[in-house]
Design a protein around this ligand. Structure first.
Ligand code: GRG
Length: 299
């Protein structure tokens, strides 16, 4: 694995700046009639975060030989969906979290009803923005809207969240754990890459397939690393044998594979993701760098 993913950090920082500016522009273009709702939406979507999904969207456009600014609006759309999912995931009816990104969650900083509405509105923003993506055909725009709807709805992220809620306290097989993650987090990561690639308008099918396979492996790698980071952040759990309270209330890769097994799986997924980029040459450097960053990230 790459030790110092500086290209990824540079690309992520650049993406973050571009995406933050564009998000501010898009949000201010259609303000809510309620100041409180506008503030909650801005708090959710402009409050930090690694911006991995929009960076993947921009990097996929570059891999297809496009100017990354063509993918800026789709990148903001996937980030709006991500922000909405986090706001709703933090609600008392779901994970009931008080802190996210080191700050009070939206329902704590505002109130529960405002958090629900802010998430709902951000979801609507994503599709409105996508429908206005500049410099591509109506056909490509329509395909993007359909892709993001499928990836974020019941056949994708929302479906994965439902499996997750149903799996609390259960022992899952590695296959069913992967099914959950492919839906819950993988679908949006795949859509981020595919939307970026679709700015080539039209994106050749074989290239789109390879980038989809890259994103599919990367989405799982992201989750394995997330599970490993959760363990490293919990000194009570480190060193306990597989099958003990590593599993706690939710199944994870380390609870099913052990810590070494999860690390080996992470490497396999990274190799699988990177292998898909061979034919893209230097244009895929940011996608390679982000993949390496995802598996060595510390938060
Ligand atoms: C509530 C509809 C609905 C869906 C929720 C994706 C999801 C489904 C919930 C997010 C909660 C969660 C902890 C998911 C695991 C994946 C994960 C670590 C997401 C956080 O993504 P990062 O690390 O977050 O990219 P930042 O803060 O960097 O944007």
């Amino acid at each position: 694995m790459q030790e110092t993913p500086s290209l990824a950090l540079t690309f992520l920082e650049r993406s973050q700046a571009l995406v933050d500016d564009e998000l501010k522009r898009l949000l201010s273009a259609s303000p809510a009639p309620s100041v409180r709702l506008s503030e909650a939406m801005a708090y959710s979507v402009l409050g930090g975060g690694k911006r991995i999904r929009p960076a993947l969207c921009l990097a996929a456009a570059q891999a297809m030989g496009q100017d990354i600014t063509k993918a800026l609006v789709p990148a903001c759309a996937v980030e709006a969906i991500h922000a909405y999912s986090l706001v709703h995931d933090d609600l008392p009816a779901m994970d009931d979290d008080n802190l996210r990104r080191g700050r009070p969650t939206v329902h704590i900083a505002f109130d529960e009803a405002t958090a629900i509405l802010a998430g709902d509105a951000l979801q609507a923003c994503a599709f409105n923005w996508l429908a206005q993506t500049p410099s591509i055909s109506d056909r490509a725009r329509l395909s993007m809207v359909a892709e993001l709807a499928v990836a974020s709805g019941q056949a994708g992220m929302v479906g994965g969240q439902a499996i997750d809620l149903e799996s609390v306290g259960k022992t899952l097989t590695i296959e069913s754990l992967e099914t959950m993650h492919r839906h819950k987090t993988g679908a949006l990561i795949e859509a981020s890459v595919r939307l970026g690639a679709m700015t080539a308008d039209p994106a050749p099918g074989d290239q789109l397939d390879r980038l989809t396979d890259y994103a599919s492996a990367l989405g799982l790698a992201f989750q394995v690393q997330d599970d490993l980071l959760d363990i490293e952040g919990d000194t009570n759990v480190i060193g306990k044998p597989q099958g003990s309270d590593l599993a706690r209330d939710k199944p994870t890769y380390p609870s099913l594979l052990g810590i070494d097994g999860a690390k080996a799986h992470l490497q396999t997924l990274l190799d699988r993701a990177l292998a898909q980029l061979d034919s893209f040459g230097d244009n895929a450097e940011p996608l390679r760098a982000i993949a390496n960053y995802i598996v060595v990230r510390s938060h």
